[in-house]
Design a protein around this ligand. Structure first.
Ligand code: C2E
Ligand code: CA
Ligand code: CA
Length: 243
């Protein structure tokens, strides 16, 4: 992995996040890939855990954040969202690392969004929320990922310094079930009350889009709009948008 990082085998794809009507790209999410010389394209599910165990997540995370800021400079009209591992978020120097990478790349911190999971926070609550507060004071926004999948509860949304919550694709996939409907409606009511934006991932069908839009979901992401694509393709999609 260390060698792969040095050889430039890691890169990012970007998936558009759309306005509620599905017409405009408002942000892009950076999703990591490893072009492995023998295994071909390896997804993050298969290497993020390894990177964490082998002490590689800090250098890998920094490399990916630098790449996202670099690519994002070419898309001044949209925000760039980057996924974090809990290990990154709980390291004492994380706010300074983010600020210095963004400054070095000339990327404004108010266009950067960081996606975290509940488990990332649970392991080291005070340190993580302290780092989040420091970065938010500098303009960075935070989204809670995978809502409805894991352990995140409504109370977590009240006690964490967040700007947005993302409904997990497993909830969207079962949107016709009573469980999903009640998660989505409950979340949107709470989000309205405490001033959080809500986005949905894994939107694959018109019916899912229509339901989420009707419930008041602000941002839509999924194969219905676009798969994760290379940076160049994002530039192309943005160029095609009506001004
Ligand atoms: P996630 O953050 O929940 O990302 C959503 C995953 O769903 C992505 O998988 C994406 O490609 C996929 N997806 C997007 N739209 C659809 C859809 O309409 N239907 C379906 N079935 N899937 C869709 P991916 O790229 O394999 O990433 C998996 C996970 O790996 C991510 O889940 C995230 O937790 C983690 N990850 C990705 N990039 C990074 C990174 O740079 N750093 C860290 N620490 N984790 C990352
Ligand atoms: Ca994510
Ligand atoms: Ca998810």
């Amino acid at each position: 992995m260390r060698l792969g990082l040095r050889r430039g085998e890691f890169h990012l794809l970007y998936q558009p996040q759309m306005s509620a009507d599905g017409k405009r790209i408002v942000a892009v999410e950076a999703l990591a890939r490893w072009r492995h010389p023998e295994l071909g394209s390896v997804g993050p599910i298969d290497f993020v855990g390894v990177a964490e165990r082998e002490g590689m997540i800090a250098p890998l995370g920094e490399f990916l954040l630098r790449q996202a800021c670099h690519d994002g400079k070419g898309w001044p009209e949209v925000a760039v969202s980057v996924n974090l591992s809990g290990l990154q978020l709980s390291s004492a120097d994380f706010p300074d690392v983010v600020k210095s990478i963004a400054a070095e790349q000339g990327f404004a911190l108010d266009r950067l969004e960081l996606e975290i999971t509940e488990s990332a926070v649970a392991d080291n609550f005070d340190r993580v929320t302290g780092n989040m507060a420091a970065l938010r004071a500098a303009g960075v926004r935070f989204a809670l990922d995978d809502y409805g999948l894991g352990r995140a509860r409504p109370e977590d949304l009240r006690r964490l310094p967040l700007d947005k919550v993302k409904i997990d694709k497993s909830v969207v996939a079962e949107i016709e079930s009573e469980r999903s409907t009640s998660i989505i409606r409950g979340l949107l009511a709470l989000a309205r009350e405490i001033g959080l934006k809500v986005s949905a991932e894994g939107v694959e069908t018109e019916a899912q889009h229509a339901f989420l839009r009707e419930c008041g979901c602000n941002i839509m992401q999924g194969y219905l709009f676009s798969r994760p694509v290379e940076a160049q393709a994002i530039s192309g999609l943005l160029a095609q948008e009506p001004q």
